[in-house]
Design a protein around this ligand. Sequence first.
Ligand code: PEP
Length: 252
Amino acid sequence: MNRKMMIAGNWKMNGLTAEGVSLAKEITDKVKAKKRTCEFVVCPPFTLLSLVKKALRGSKIALGAQDCHWAEKGAHTGDISPAMLRDLGCEYVILGHSERRADHKESSALIGKKVEAAHSFGLKTIVCVGETLEQRESGKTIDVCSKQVRESLPEGVKAANTVIAYEPVWAIGTGKTPTPQEVEEVHAAIRGVLTKKLGKSEADKMRILYGGSVKPSNAKEMLSLEDVDGALIGGASLKADDFIAISDNAGC
Ligand code: PEP
């Protein structure tokens, strides 16, 4: 199946104005410097979205946010709506990142509601799932990830508006990664859940990213696996050289 690789950077809560703009400009220049076959997405914090959008001008790099509320507007102090993200020029929003599931007690049901709202405002979603170390060690990885996929995706999602990111919680920011076989096993199981939920044709088209301590040195191994359609990158997306080297090493 010919799925376009995605290289997506999750900047998390990093970057003041000057450094955020300069990182975005550096990435833009490096992406433009050569013909590339993957789709690039950068997801800065809310505060930098407008400025980064300007810095990306003239490139094909898409802008993404890291979360949104499920409502269009209203009495939700401190929240940002999908309509606001669209208004700022976002194309993507990350939903269900493990840091939001843990720090903000977000359930898969809530994430599903956000996914639905994001799609209704024309955003595409990168929906994250992944097991904790305890869950992996007790043999629950496939069950946990499958359940999260089933419950975080509302009816009617399509490959055109949804990307899944498999991110083992214990691999995020730790330098540890699952073995290629472990990654393949989870990605294949997720593809199976998608097939049951959406039918084979849509499931075959949907991209499933791997995330968790991806860096230039392991990009080739991770991104050449069957069913791995790109990477969601945290720490290494904060250095333009590393972010681009991941795509170079993955051959996209
Ligand atoms: C992430 O948080 O989405 C992530 C994958 O982080 P890191 O690459 O730093 O492990």
